[in-house]
Ligand binder design. Structure first.
Ligand code: URA
Length: 225
């Protein structure tokens, strides 16, 4: 009984504090400052994670990379893209998707009415595999906890897996991207669209229409939130 009283007293006190704050600063100011502090919290967590990754030598790619390619974008993003691994341009600049495939990804993002800075972009691997070879299974296993933490921190409303490696890794499947694309799947409760990787589209421009179909589904999903 005493416990219930104490609980009630603490709820009443919290409500009083809230009403007092709203009277003094207005509801909008409080909501804004709440989302500002949420953004600061996410930025801090991501910076800590970046620090951890800078020191990571769990696989040999940490030795051969020029720069760590952590991730970029709005930590409050509703939509997060996941690619494969940094290529040459990304390795040199330390930012994901800045080469030719990246320019195409930027166009894809803009085609659904968003800016690159509205979304968050990360890769399965954070260090470039030499000569742009495919990620090795053990590299994916070792690097995966970092991507998981990024997703947990950003808490996007939707994910978009770009290409085979992102899709198969996040969905823990061996199914080919061609059969996975075009549908929402789920990664830990987050709806996840799978579509072709922009580098594949550069080689197979005839499949651009399919990616456009997939992205319209993402756009419609976000608009309905
Ligand atoms: N391809 C990817 O998968 N990621 C990048 O960052 C660049 C190219």
């Amino acid at each position: 009984m005493n416990e219930i009283r104490r609980e009630l007293a603490s709820i009443i006190s919290a409500v009083k504090t809230r009403i007092d704050l709203e009277k003094r600063f207005g509801v909008d100011t409080i909501t804004l400052s709440k989302s500002n502090s949420e953004k600061e919290r996410k930025i801090k967590l991501l910076e800590e994670l970046r620090g951890e990754m800078l020191a990571c030598h769990k696989c040999p790619l940490g030795k051969t990379r020029t720069n760590l390619v952590f991730g970029v974008g709005d930590p409050m993003a509703k939509l997060m893209f996941v690619g494969e691994a940094p290529g040459r341009d990304e390795d040199l600049q330390g930012e994901p998707f800045v080469g030719r495939a990246g320019q195409l990804l930027t166009k894809i993002i803009e085609a659904i009415g968003l800016k690159r800075s509205d979304v968050y972009i990360a890769n399965v691997l954070k260090c470039r595999p030499p000569g742009n070879r495919n990620p090795l299974p053990e590299e994916i296993v070792l690097c995966m906890p970092y991507l998981i933490k990024q997703i947990e921190t950003i808490q996007p409303k939707a994910l978009c897996a770009l290409g085979t490696f992102a899709a198969q890794t996040l969905l823990n499947t061996k199914a080919p991207v061609g059969t996975l694309r075009g549908k929402f799947h789920e990664y830990k409760g987050i709806p996840m669209m799978v579509t072709y990787h922009p580098a594949y589209l550069l080689r197979n421009p005839n499949d651009k229409a399919k990616v456009w179909d997939d992205m319209k589904k993402v756009r419609d999903f976000l608009n309905e939130l």
